[in-house]
Design a protein around this ligand. Structure first.
Ligand SMILES: [Zn+2]
Length: 115
């Protein structure tokens, strides 16, 4: 897993499981390493699990370091997310986030949220 500049996590057991599963799903679907944009860093809603070290965001750019190479299609992201949900198991949620118009995926949010 690669971290964008400023991305910070606490390496608790929830993160370690997420990191292993993200690696498997990302290599399978996107043929590259997963790029983490946010753990505890960044701006999130007030009650976000990001702030309690239980949520992480993944980048959907084709090249993890270069946005000019484009991003994965909505369908590719949904397929990735469906697989990641299965690999992570029932204690995690995976949410595909779109821009306001729904035209493209901004990032994929994952959280440890047993219910
Ligand atoms: Zn998030």
């Amino acid at each position: 897993m690669r971290f964008v500049k400023g991305a910070q996590v606490v390496a608790n057991r929830h993160f370690l499981h997420f990191a292993d599963c993200a690696e498997i799903a990302t290599r399978k679907h996107f043929k590259r390493e997963p790029w983490l944009t946010a753990g505890v860093n960044g701006s999130h809603s007030g009650n976000s699990l990001h702030y309690v070290f239980k949520a992480w965001d993944l980048r959907v750019w084709k090249d993890g370091e270069d946005s000019s190479k484009g991003r994965f299609s909505c369908k590719a992201c949904e397929n990735f997310a469906a697989d990641l949900r299965v690999i992570l198991g029932v204690l995690y949620d995976v949410v595909v986030h779109y821009d306001k118009t729904g035209a493209y995926v901004t990032h994929i949010h994952t959280e440890y949220d047993p219910r």
